[in-house]
Design a protein around this ligand. Structure first.
Ligand SMILES: [Zn+2]
Length: 322
């Protein structure tokens, strides 16, 4: 059986063929270049899937799509003009279903990452799993007893925009003091600039700017530069505050931290985050096991593939591979 999974992020679109054991057997990758519009990108995505399906040992059975930002899983519509300019109210499922005549599933990328970690990564064995992805923003996926949790309207939880600091900095969503405004790449870039870190002015892509500033802070942290360590300490502290709030509502037994920044700085930030959790442990249980994500950039691919396998065969979402 062959399933093709695609993970469309703000910077890169990655496509992989996944076999029945959950192993990636072939992959392709192209820049997303969102400014050129969704229809061009979807035609290109179709070409990548064609190429993977053409040399597969068996026929294509389904396609799982993981996409950054708000998605409507029921209608197959992505509405993300925030981080994918040109992708406002775009039906991504119908063009793929029409072209390939197989079932097509759609997930938010944090939900896909949560399924990927639950099935094949650091979330294995968890009963109440929370996976957060920390990059330019913060995403969250929740899996309880092997079931992906969603809001009543079917959408994923916008945990990155839960209010942490009402007097805090402006968020990319227009709000003030959202979790991701104080605890993600947005915060890292702001704090790094305030404290004298610089990257070339001509780098305007938000994800690339975040990566450049993260590299500058990482280099400083490696040489124990106090201002670099202070930035990571502050972000880690706010991550902990958001996780205490999360624990009050969801009582997770395992929290997995993923995403580019979350994984890169896990060892440096986890002690501070853990300290905030420990301080607030009482009636609200905040003693979840804090783990680093294991699937790296492939979490979304694994999750989208697993989601489609479950749709096709009714297999449990979080089956451990043989
Ligand atoms: Zn926000």
């Amino acid at each position: 059986m062959s399933i093709v999974a695609a993970d469309i992020g703000g910077t890169r679109t990655r496509v992989a063929r996944i076999d029945g054991g959950g192993r990636i057997t072939a992959r392709r990758e192209v820049p997303t270049a969102p400014g050129r519009g969704a229809s061009v990108a979807l035609r290109e995505l179709g070409g990548l899937i064609d190429a993977l399906a053409a040399d597969a040992p068996d026929r294509l059975r389904g396609i799982g799509l993981s996409i950054t930002g708000p998605v409507d899983t029921a209608t197959g519509v992505v509405d993300n003009p925030y981080t994918l300019p040109g992708w406002g109210a775009v039906d991504v499922v119908s063009p793929m279903r029409d072209r390939f005549d197989v079932p097509v599933g759609l997930l938010n990328d944090a939900d896909a990452a949560a399924i990927g970690e639950c099935a094949y990564g650091a979330g294995r064995g968890a009963q109440r799993l929370v996976v957060i992805t920390i990059g330019t923003g913060i995403g969250m996926g929740v899996v309880v007893d092997g079931v992906l949790q969603r809001r009543a309207d079917g959408a994923h939880a916008e945990a990155g925009h839960h209010l942490i600091d009402p007097g805090g900095p402006t968020c990319s969503c227009g709000g003030h003091g959202c979790w991701e405004a104080v605890a993600s790449g947005q915060a890292l870039v702001r704090l790094a600039q305030e404290r004298g870190f610089r990257v070339p002015d001509d780098i305007t892509d938000p994800d690339e700017r975040t990566r450049r500033f993260a590299s500058a802070v990482a280099a400083g942290a490696e040489s124990a530069e106090p201002k670099a360590l202070a930035i990571l300490h502050e972000i880690a502290w706010w991550i902990g505050v958001g996780l205490v709030n999360t624990a009050a509502f969801l009582a997770p037994d395992v929290i997995v931290i993923g995403g580019g920044l979350g994984v890169r700085f896990f060892d440096l930030m986890a002690p501070t985050t853990q300290e905030v959790l420990r301080r607030n442990h009482g009636m609200v249980r905040t003693d979840a096991d804090l783990r680093v994500a294991l699937n790296g950039d492939d979490a979304g691919l694994f999750g989208a593939g697993r989601w489609m396998a479950r749709t096709l065969d009714g297999e449990p979402l979080c089956r451990t591979p043989p």
